[in-house]
Design a protein around this ligand. Sequence first.
Ligand SMILES: O=C(O)CCC(=O)C(=O)O
Length: 289
Amino acid sequence: MTDLLEASPGEALTNDQRAAFEHDGFVVLPGVLSADDVAHYTSLVDALYDRELLAGRLPRGGALHRLSAVHTCPELAPLIDHPRLLGPVWSILGWNIHIYHSHVDVHPTVRGPKPPRFEWHQDGGRQNRELETDPRPRLSVKGVYWLSDVSQPGRGNFKVVPGSHITNWIDGPPRRNMSWPDPPGAIEVVANPGDVVLFDRRIWHARSDNFSEITRKAVFFAYTYRWVVGRDQVPDDSTRYTAVQRQLLGLLDSTDGDHAWGHEPAQVPLHGVLAEAGLLDPAVPALKP
Ligand SMILES: O=C(O)CCC(=O)C(=O)O
């Protein structure tokens, strides 16, 4: 774990950010990426789009929603432990985390009518059927890196109902493929290129259609506990990633259940980074050996 020394834990959410996150179910982290970073990651996403087009996996002008972001495009790896996102994430979930789900999205302008589809949901699939509490537990958070400008509504913005993360159920249609109004209180979250929107998986949310002339581009990473099974494909070449990245990508050498349950914190890179920086939360101690 020599590369731990190079890892930066970032900073926890401030008290105000944390209060907003707990109250609204999401928070906008402004200016996480510089303009140069945005240009760099946009070029990677554009190249992926072109590759998919060339391979015939996408119609010209079609929308891309590609799962397993780093498996698909390893050059996106610095985004997963970017200190400006990692700090807020560990301040909510702690150190025993990984990325269980991620995607790269490109949504060109929607031209003409689209068949109706009710897209509102909470993340986690059957977590929303099989967990019995009200509200259900948070379990995961997701960060969206915005590469395109969604500083105005109508550009394929992320839609949420603020505060709905503590509501297990919203009114919806009997089938998804029918017209149904947005839930009361729904808003389109606005963000500039380089901003990250961090949200609680339980918030009721949906993608909106992009009726603007700006192609919508974003990369999503969902963080959860390592004892929740990953949905992403694990990248092939573990040698190109740092220790913390390997943890987040499910590439640690020892991936047995005990390890994922957190019985061996000394072997979990983010634990080491936080311990070194004096940032471990004493309220959530290690398991007894
Ligand atoms: O693309 C969006 O704005 C929404 C994405 C979404 O529904 C999700 O990440 O679960």
